[in-house]
Every structure is written in structure tokens, then in C-alpha cells.
Design a protein around this ligand. Structure first.
Ligand code: G3H
Ligand code: 13P
Ligand code: ZN
Length: 348
């Protein structure tokens, strides 16, 4: 199957009442793990690359790996998405590379750190929608800002910054004014392994992050057809953190977003669920284990292979938990040309 527009995956997911994980990639093993997991689960999947990933892979390596992925897995619907595009220019670069979907994250300014105001967000997102839809490419926008800060991206908000959560009163206007296909919501999740600043006042122990699930309920109630996106949705499994620490790592006790919370989101309109950290943890745990148990080992295949297998397992589990498994066969691929005609008709 050729790459499909992400919009087709979102629409199918809404029809089927499931969510589709969007997994981040930077290299060959990660793409192989995603495709093998999707093949096992017979599931559609979204593969996404951040700006950092594009830089790391010198753009073209990633593009060709993606093309190999769809060639080798003709029955799996795959959308190729730009994660956290910081400007219309970056989104254009991804469209030119053949991405079938882009995120214009206008919740932050171009530096990826400073919180932007509503008008700026609408302006840049609208500009990207006009450009992307003219190519049949899907657009995700974001209203409200995520917490935490990871690798330079994010506003570094604390859990008490509820001002930056998505305001359901603004969501309808934002979707109407920009024309986005998908809306990323800020409900208190953050990127990375450390998602919670909440501590038990008595013991000082980390508590799970507090999420404003009610905002998702409210947006879904007002806009039942709006496809929502949950960022920062890794569950940070304790068993993976434990393996990392058992083999020389020094990660702190932490919590992610529970699979149950994500499933609740999916019941209320979440169709795309971003997962990166869990795969990073799985790969790191496997690599640490191999190298610690075999200190004489120096063949990269001997640790990258198990890392790929460990990531495949996370991928399969998330595809099953979010209900996407078994749905690959529902798809009759839509081309970007067809999507272009659809958007042109919708605009008149
Ligand atoms: O947006 C966050 C993703 O986990 C990508 O992270 O910017 O380090 O590639 P990255
Ligand atoms: P995690 O860090 O929770 O995996 O989130 C990834 C993400 O939201 C990418 O956009
Ligand atoms: Zn994100």
C-alpha cells in the first residue's frame, strides 16, 4: 500500500472507535520495529519524525527508509507525519519530502520554547493548512501548550500552569478558523520520562501526573467529529525503567500516562496518540542488558537486534491496547490527489 494521508487514518479510526499510535523514528531499527509490530497486529500506524529526527537522519535517509517500509509491507496503511513542525517553512520541507501529514505547532513560537498567543497560532496554522491541503496533505494543529521540556522542545511548564491547558471555549473557533484535520490538546501531559512534578506531601514520593481528562470530554461533547491528538502519551512502564536501572542506568522513580487514561481519551474522540519515550526505554533497556551480560560484545547487530525486538513488543502492545489492531484490512488507500480534490470541494 502506498503511504496514505493521515486524514484517512483519523477518519477510519473515528468510524471504528479506536486510536492510532504515532511512533517517533530516527533510524532503521525503529522503522523496522514499527512495521513488524504493525504487521503482527494487522494494524494501521502513524510514523512520525521530529525536526531533530530529520536533522539526525539527514532527511533523505529517513525518507528512503519510509519508502522501504511501505514497499515491504504492502498491506499496512501507514501515514508519514512531521511531529512538532515549528514554522510553515519546516512544514513545507516535509511536504516536499513526501510526508502525508504535518503538525504545525503554533502553540509555541518558532524557537519551540516560547508560548505563542492565540492569534499567532491561528495565523501560522492557517497558512500551513492552505499550503498542505493544496497538496492533499493532512494538518495537525495544537491549542494550549504541553508541560515539561525535552531536548529543547516545549515550554517547561509546571503542573500548576493550568492556564496553558486547552480551553474548550477556544477549541471550536480554533478548528473553524484554521481548518485543521486534527487538534492536539494540552491536558497536563508532557514529553519525556518525567511527566509529573506532583509529590506526596508526606513522603515526598512522585505521584502520577494529574490529567485534565474533562477537557477532552468537553471538546468531544461540543465537536464530536473533531479528531483529537494526545501528545506525551508514553506510559513509562516500570518494568522497563527497572531493567535500565538493573543494568547500570540511573533513572528516577517516575510515572507516565496510563493506558487506561488513553483508552478513556479514545472513547471521547482521541484518534492519534503520540508515543516516543516508551520505545526509547525499551531499546535502552535491551541494549544495556546485552552489553552488561556480554561485556566482550562489540557487534552492533548483537544489541541493536534485541533493541528492535523490544521496541516491536511495545508497538504491538500499544496497537492492541488502543484498538487499532485488526483494522489494516479496512483500508482502500486514498491518494494525495484525491485528498486534494476533497479539500478543494470542501472549501467552496
Ligand atoms: O516531541 C517529542 C518527541 O519525543 C521527539 O523528540 O525532538 O528528541 O526527536 P525529539
Ligand atoms: P512521549 O515522550 O510521552 O513519548 O511523547 C511523545 C510525543 O508527544 C511526540 O510528539
Ligand atoms: Zn509531542
Amino acid at each position: 500500500m502506498p503511504l496514505v494521508p493521515m486524514r484517512q487514518i483519523l477518519d477510519e479510526a473515528a468510524k471504528g472507535g479506536y486510536g492510532v499510535p504515532a511512533f517517533n523514528v530516527n533510524n532503521m531499527e525503529q522503522i523496522q520495529a514499527i512495521m513488524a509490530g504493525a504487521e503482527e497486529a494487522q494494524s494501521p500506524v502513524i510514523i512520525q519524525a521530529s525536526r531533530g529526527a530529520l536533522q539526525y537522519s539527514q532527511l533523505d535517509y529517513l525518507r528512503h527508509l519510509m519508502l522501504a517500509a511501505v514497499e515491504l509491507h504492502p498491506d499496512i496503511p501507514v501515514a508519514m507525519h512531521l511531529d512538532h513542525g515549528n514554522s510553515p517553512k519546516t512544514c513545507k520541507q516535509a511536504i516536499d519530502l513526501g510526508f502525508t501529514s504535518v503538525m504545525m505547532d503554533g502553540s509555541l513560537k518558532e524557537d519551540g520554547k516560547t508560548i505563542a498567543d492565540y492569534d499567532y497560532n491561528v495565523k501560522v496554522t492557517r497558512e500551513v493548512v492552505e499550503m498542505a491541503h493544496a497538496h492533499g496533505v493532512t494538518v495537525e494543529g495544537e491549542l494550549g501548550a504541553l508541560g515539561g521540556i525535552e531536548d529543547g522542545h516545549g515550554a517547561g511548564l509546571s503542573v500548576d500552569d493550568t492556564d496553558h491547558l486547552t480551553n474548550p471555549d477556544e477549541a471550536g473557533d480554533f478548528v473553524a478558523e484554521t481548518g485543521v484535520d486534527a487538534l492536539a490538546v494540552a491536558i497536563g501531559t508532557s514529553h519525556g520520562a518525567y511527566k509529573s512534578l506532583r509529590r506526596d506531601p508526606k513522603t515526598g514520593e512522585t505521584l502520577p501526573p494529574a490529567l485534565a481528562m474533562d477537557r477532552i470530554h468537553e471538546i468531544h461533547k461540543r465537536m464530536p467529529d473533531c479528531h483529537m491528538v494526545m501528545h506525551g502519551s508514553s506510559s513509562v512502564p516500570k518494568e522497563l525503567v527497572d531493567i535500565i536501572n538493573q543494568y547500570g542506568g540511573k533513572m528516577e522513580h517516575t510515572y507516565g500516562v496510563s493506558v487506561e487514561q488513553i483508552q478513556e481519551g479514545i472513547r471521547h474522540g482521541v484518534r492519534k496518540v503520540n508515543v516516543d519515550t516508551d520505545n526509547r526505554l525499551a531499546m535502552t533497556a535491551a541494549i544495556r542488558k546485552v552489553l552488561s551480560e556480554n561485556p566482550k560484545e562489540f557487534d552492533p547487530r548483537k544489541y541493536l537486534g534485541p533493541a528492535r525486538d523490544a521496541m516491536q513488543e511495545v508497538v504491538r502492545l500499544r496497537l492492541q491496547a488502543f484498538g487499532a489492531a485488526g483494522h489494516a484490512k479496512d483500508y482502500k488507500p486514498i491518494t494525495l490527489e484525491e485528498m486534494k480534490a476533497y479539500y478543494a470541494k470542501a472549501a467552496v
